[in-house]
Design a protein around this ligand. Structure first.
Ligand code: PLP
Length: 416
């Protein structure tokens, strides 16, 4: 069979909705300066859908540094992979500063979070090794594991009994193969806001021999006394052997890093295929990352502002009877009952009538019959924004209960 014929006959779980969803539910265009208000289809929307947690995306110092660095360096320098010709003092400086910030000996800058994680998993594992990982791990972890030639055991989401059971199986197997064990989870699960039980897993190091990789994409900059992440928040940063985060959330940029002991970072530098065989990050990205890190470090009031908004929003939603699951982090899911029709209607109602833009998640990401609206508060939102949103959600909740979202979904897609 022709490959193109096959893929066109089965466009995939999201692609099947392309005609009904393009430009509205999927691939919407948010226009204007990044912030709580952006235009969608010509209308100003209160926007709760960006991981600009501490508001750095449009911070004046960040914008200035980005612009001046782009003017000074252009977007090309340095050319080549870091190992070949693409290294610079500033690349080495960000490695050092990130390591210091997350309390590790060293760190390695990565071009992108997704491919960085794939590459870390690939670089540290041998076919004899066994992986134990959370069933809700991000796609980059799952895809990294696709490269692993050895065994992997998945545990029930954040369930410590299940972690231990899988560690017992992994220990038995690794004794036969002569390999080691890598446990992988996330600091903060980006859909539900649930924190990975890093403390519980680190505690298991007393009984089992394993290394621990944490993807803290949503925890870095938001969690912990200094913003150093979920390991700091739970008091177990030392027990994390490989600490990963991306610049795509709190840092409001592109790029990522992995921090670990010095010798392990030296190993990674010489073995991460996503870095050895790819051009290094351009200077404006690196200089911009240094500025963002400086603000993250020196302006704790940004994180405090984020948490003020988070608490005001989550308390307000809970007081109105909404189910937010067990989030303890800025990620704010609102779980409602309904199917795809109600989900589409709610999204449309929020945008068209309340001018509120947030992400909506349906089956298969959440169980059948559940709709999840995901709100991402940031340091640049205000309490008035929250009040407006609480009012809108109360209305939407009332209409859903009254069965007002049963009618056909309006045609809103734009031609691809
Ligand atoms: C948990 C997690 N890990 C990794 C990534 C990938 O990072 P990046 O966007 O830098 O590729 C994301 C999304 O950005 C994420 O949410």
């Amino acid at each position: 069979m022709d490959i193109f014929e096959r893929i066109l006959a089965n466009p995939g779980p999201l692609g099947q909705y392309a005609d009904q969803a393009y430009g509205y539910y999927m691939f919407p265009k948010l226009v204007g300066e990044i912030g709580p208000y952006m235009e969608f289809q010509g209308v100003s929307m209160l926007n709760w859908s960006l991981n600009n947690y501490i508001g750095l995306a449009n911070h004046p110092e960040v914008r200035k540094t980005d612009a001046e660095a782009a003017a000074r360096w252009g977007m090309a320098y340095p050319m080549g992979a870091r190992m070949m010709s693409g290294n610079s003092d500033m690349h080495e400086q960000i490695d050092r500063e990130l390591a210091e910030f997350v309390h590790k000996e060293d760190s390695v800058l990565l071009n992108y979070g997704y491919q960085g994680v794939v590459s870390i998993i690939d670089a540290v594992l041998d076919r004899k090794d066994v992986v134990v990982y959370d069933e809700q791990c991000h796609a980059c972890i799952i895809d990294g594991l696709r490269l692993h030639m050895g065994k992997r055991f998945v545990y029930k989401h954040n369930d410590m009994e299940s972690v231990e059971k899988q560690l017992q199986r992994a220990t038995k197997l690794s004794e036969q193969t002569g390999g080691g064990i890598l446990v992988i989870t996330e600091g903060v699960f980006g859909m539900s806001g649930v924190m990975g039980n890093l403390k519980g897993i680190v505690e298991l190091k007393k009984k089992y021999n394993f290394r621990f990789l944490v993807d803290d994409a949503h925890g870095f900059g938001t969690m912990g006394a200094t913003g150093a992440g979920t390991g700091e928040h739970q008091g177990v940063q030392d027990g994390i052997d490989l600490y990963f985060s991306t610049f795509a959330k709190s840092m409001a940029s592109i790029g990522a890093f992995v921090a670990a002991d010095k010798k392990i970072c030296t190993y990674l530098r010489h073995n991460l295929r996503s870095q050895i065989f790819a051009k290094s990050l351009p200077m404006p990205i690196v200089e911009g990352a240094l500025k963002r890190l400086e603000l993250l470090r020196n302006k704790p009031e940004l994180r405090q502002k984020l948490w003020d908004i988070v608490n005001y929003l989550q308390d307000g939603l809970r007081a109105r009877g909404f189910n937010l699951g067990v989030t303890e982090t800025p990620v704010t899911p609102v779980f409602l009952q309904g199917g795809i029709t109600e989900a589409a209607q709610i999204t449309h109602d929020l945008r068209a009538n309340f001018h509120i833009f947030c992400s909506i998640v349906t089956y298969p990401v959440v169980p059948k019959g559940v709709i999840m609206l995901r709100i991402i508060p940031t340091a640049v939102h205000t309490k008035e924004d929250v009040d407006k949103t609480l009012h809108a959600f109360s209305e939407v909740g009332r209409k859903l209960q009254a069965g007002e979202y049963k009618q056909e979904v309006p045609a809103v897609a734009t031609p691809i």
